[in-house]
Design a protein around this ligand. Structure first.
Ligand code: B1M
Length: 182
C-alpha cells in the first residue's frame, strides 16, 4: 500500500526518482523480513511477471522501478535484467509460466525488438497463457499497439494498474471455453 502511494506521487510529479529509489530500498528491506513468513503461509502471489530490458539496451532504472512497484502490489517478479534477447525471454517463460511478460526499452534503436519478440510469442501460441506489456521513454501507446502488445505503461504507477487489468482480462479469457475452428 505504501508503494502505491509512492507510485501515485511519482506519477503526479510530487516526488522524483531518488525518493522512489529510497522507498524501493525500504520496501526491499521490509520484504526480506516478510517474504519467508508469507511463503510459509502459502499465500499465492497476485500473478507472475517475467520482465526485462530488451536486447541491445542497458537502461534499467525505469524497469527496476516498475518491477519494485509490481512486487509492492503482490506480483511475483522474475527480472531478467538488461540486454535480454528473445531466447532468454522464451526460456524464462518456459520455466516460470508467467501471466505477464513486461518489456522495457529506452532507445529508439532497440524498441523494435519488442515487436520482434511479441511476434515470436504469438507464433509460439503463448497468448492463451500470458499477456505482454511494454514501456520506456520512446515507447508510445500507438507503437505498443503496432507492436502487438496488450498494453502500454506510461510510468510505474500506471504499469501496476495495467498489470492488474491485463491479469483480470487474462483470467476471464481463460475461463471461456476454446472454440474449435473445425
Ligand atoms: Co542513456 N539514453 N544511453 N544512459 N539515458 C537516454 C535514453 C537518451 C534519451 C538520452 C539523450 O540522448 N537525451 C538517449 C536515447 C536517444 C534515443 O534513442 N532517441 C540515450 C542514449 C543515446 C544512450 C547511449 C546510446 C549513449 C552512448 O553510449 N552514446 C547509451 C546506450 C547504451 C545501451 O543501452 N546500449 C546510454 C547509456 C546510458 C547510461 C548507462 C549512462 C545510463 C543508464 C543507467 C541505467 O539505466 N542503469 C543512461 C541514462 C541514465 C539515460 C537517461 C539520462 C535517463 C533514463 C532513465 O533512467 N530515466 C535518458 C535521458 C532521459 O530519459 N531523460 C537516456 C528515469 C526512469 C525512471 O525513466 O526509464 O523512462 P524511464 O522509465 C519510466 C517509464 O518510461 C516507464 O516507467 C518508468 C518509471 O516511471 N517504464 C515502463 C519503463 N519501462 C517500463 C516497462 C513497462 C511499463 C512502464 O512495462 C513492462
Amino acid at each position: 500500500a505504501g508503494m502505491t502511494v509512492v507510485g501515485i506521487r511519482f506519477r503526479d510529479n510530487i516526488i522524483f526518482v531518488p525518493e522512489v529509489l529510497i522507498s524501493a530500498r525500504a520496501m526491499k528491506a521490509g520484504m526480506a523480513i516478510l517474504e519467508p513468513i508469507l511463503t510459509a503461509c502459502g499465500i499465492p502471489p497476485a500473478g507472475k511477471v517475467v520482465m526485462g530490458t530488451v536486447k541491445g539496451d542497458i537502461h534499467d532504472i525505469g524497469k527496476n522501478l516498475v518491477g519494485m512497484m509490481l512486487k509492492g502490489a503482490g506480483f511475483q517478479v522474475f527480472d531478467l535484467g538488461v540486454n535480454t534477447n528473445l531466447a532468454k525471454f522464451q526460456a524464462a517463460i518456459d520455466q516460470h509460466q508467467p501471466d505477464l511478460v513486461g518489456m522495457s526499452a529506452l532507445l529508439t534503436t532497440t524498441m523494435g525488438q519488442m515487436k520482434v519478440n511479441i511476434e515470436a510469442f504469438d507464433k509460439a501460441g503463448l497468448f492463451r497463457q500470458m499477456r505482454v506489456m511494454v514501456g520506456g521513454a520512446p515507447v508510445s501507446p500507438d507503437y505498443a499497439k503496432a507492436a502487438g502488445a496488450h498494453g502500454y505503461g506510461k510510468d510505474a504507477a500506471s504499469a501496476v494498474e495495467l498489470a492488474m487489468r491485463l491479469l483480470k482480462e487474462l483470467k476471464q479469457d481463460q475461463s471461456q471455453p476454446l472454440i474449435n475452428a473445425d
